[in-house]
Every structure is written in structure tokens, then in C-alpha cells.
Design a binder for this molecule. Sequence first.
Ligand code: NAI
Ligand code: MG
Length: 365
Amino acid sequence: SNPSLLILAGDGIGPEVMAEVRKIIGWFGDKRGMAFDVTEDLVGGAAYDAHGTPLTDETMAKAQEADAVLLGAVGGPKYDVLDFSVKPERGLLRLRKEMDLYSNLRPAQCFDALADFSSLKKNVVAGLDIMIVRELTSGVYFGEPRGIIEEGNERVGINTQRYTESEIDRVARSAFELAMKRGKKLCSMEKANVMESGILWREVVTEVGKDYPEVELSHMYADAGAMQLTRWPKQFDVIVTDNLFGDLLSDLAAMLTGSLGMLPSASLGAPMANGRPKALYEPVHGSAPDIAGQGKANPCACILSFAMALRYSFDQGDEATRLEAAVEKVLADGVRTADLLNDEGITPATTADMGDAVIAALDAS
Ligand code: NAI
Ligand code: MG
């Protein structure tokens, strides 16, 4: 049977960008003989409107079964007044938590045609293609004890950075696997100079590295890593780091490359019975209420998220590269949504224009 794909388009521009991805999924079925069994369901505000919850148990069960989940975006001003327990974001958090998606892949890839959009010099970013692997389910965002307590005559805010060996081991392994498929170079970032969790992190990563002798492993303190990422990011291939440092470093790396409308992501968990990892793919951006419903959204982040699904869930690296090259060609040809234009005089492409141009580029590939 065909591999299964659960599409959760969500809110705001989510359904708009996902409509373009649907065209592309159709193209791979028609032209490349790669048919998927696609199911669509609701998440976020859309699910709340229909069912009073941002993710039903039925949808959660479908996500657990699917070979991959493709998500648009959740949230919007309409839902800001809701109780935290039913906020749209809770739907996404539940998916990540129950699927145990511990390995968050955030590529920072600079398409040459967009090198002018970087906040760095063109020669520093042109051709950049690095991947940050962020641990997503543990660390200081989850560690106990936590809370605000009274101590003497003042309050104390407490969080705990906590990593078990197995938590470090599994995310390290996913980063080494990735490095094997890429440039065989992995840099692990922590603060072993001042943090116990950092010492353990470095030890465990080094140990896992013995299983991957082909991968050149290096270690860097995360603060120095931030500096090196802006000084000369092309020195890196894959970077693996914890939840907190990964949050900061992946946002930093993302902005090396330009618009939020271009940034895909993957969140991977343990392998399922069929050997594929539990996986959720989504653009980094949110539901963009300021431009929703106007056909202005850039669908590339969501399209590139599907390319990641082809590569990491379906072992179709060549087809993923074909799709990424099609996006690159469209940008080089100057077909651009408003977020990718500096010049006021140029008429921006619509969301659908951009999707159609990618299809045309695929046809020509
Ligand atoms: P956002 O990413 O939705 O928008 C930030 C800015 O970037 C806006 O000006 C928006 O128009 C622009 N933008 C974002 N994606 C774009 C695209 N594909 N094409 C062109 N322009 C794009 O972040 P914001 O405004 O902070 O949050 C809006 C809502 O989205 C909130 O409800 C927030 O909670 C939610 N959100 C959801 C996320 C998710 O579903 N994973 C992630 C981030 C925010
Ligand atoms: Mg962040």
C-alpha cells in the first residue's frame, strides 16, 4: 500500500500554503509514480471551532499511525482569549509530546537568489547549507523542580536543566545518522565548562560517536558556537545541541538565510515498526494573521517541509533535491511573494502563483 500522510493544515495561512503542497503531492503521484494515501484533519483553532478542543483523540490516533504528519500552522487573535488548556498551540504541543518527537531538525539553507536578504554579507551566506538538530522533549523547559517559590522575604524562579544519558544518546544518534547522509561532520554544542548536564552531554555524544567513525565529531561551547555561526557559518554541516541552546541557535541560524516564509522543519521520534521514524513536518512560521486570507503567504516553507518528508520519512532524497531545486529555480526566475521582495515597484506573486511556478519548474526538471 502507499505510504500515508496526515495533513493538518490548521489556521490562518496554514490552509493557504497547504493547498500549494497538495498540488505538489499530486504532481509526485502523477509524474513520479509516488502516490501517498493522504488524510486531512483539523488542528488548532480549526479543531477547537469544530470540536471544542485543539486536537481530538481521534486525530491524535491518526497522527500516531501515519507514516508522516504535515502541519501548516496554528493560532490566531480569535483564540487569544481562550483558556490555556484549549489554546491552538496546545494541539501542536500534544502532537510533539505524545509522538515523543525528540529530534528537531532545522535547516539553514541559503538559496543563492536570496543571499541579499540575509542580515550577513553575501559571501558569508551564499551557498550555506547547515542543519541544526535541537533536542525537543527534555532539558530546562521540562526539568523538575520548577516553579516560583517564596524564600525569605522574596520569590525565587526555578527551572532545572536535566538530561538523562538515554535522552542525550537518542538525539545524538539521530544527529550522527543525519551527518552520515550529509557532509559527515558533526559539531556538538553545550557548556561543559560551567554545566554538569554539559559535561554529561559531551561524554555521551563522544561515546555515541564511536559507532560512527566516519563522522568527524567536534565539540564547541554554545556561546562560542553562536559567535562562529555568525562569523563563518559554512564551517558547519550538522550541529547537535540541547533544547534551550537549540532554541536560540536555530533562530539565529534561520535568520542567516532570509525570510521566515522559506524555513522548513522536521521533528523526528523513535523508529516505528516499519523502520520509519515518527515524524512531523512543518514550516517554522506561524499562522500570520496579518496576511491571512489575502493570497499573500509564501508557500515555500511548507513546500520545503514536504521535501524534508520525502528525504527523512520516505527515503526519497533525490526527489527531495528535485523539489528543492525547483523552488530555487522559481526564486532565481524572480517569481516571488511579497516577503521576498525589496523593490516596491515589482508586483508580488500570489501564494497560488508561487505554487504553480514550482509545479512548472518540476515539469521542466
Ligand atoms: P508568524 O510567523 O505567524 O508571523 C510573523 C511575521 O512573518 C508576520 O508579519 C507574517 O505575516 C510573516 N510571515 C510568516 N509566515 C509567512 C509566510 N509564509 N509568507 C509571508 N509572510 C510570512 O508569527 P506571529 O505573528 O508571532 O504569530 C501569529 C500566530 O501564529 C500566533 O497565534 C502564534 O501563536 C502562532 N504561531 C504558530 C506557530 C506554529 O503553528 N508552529 C509558530 C509561531 C507562531
Ligand atoms: Mg524559538
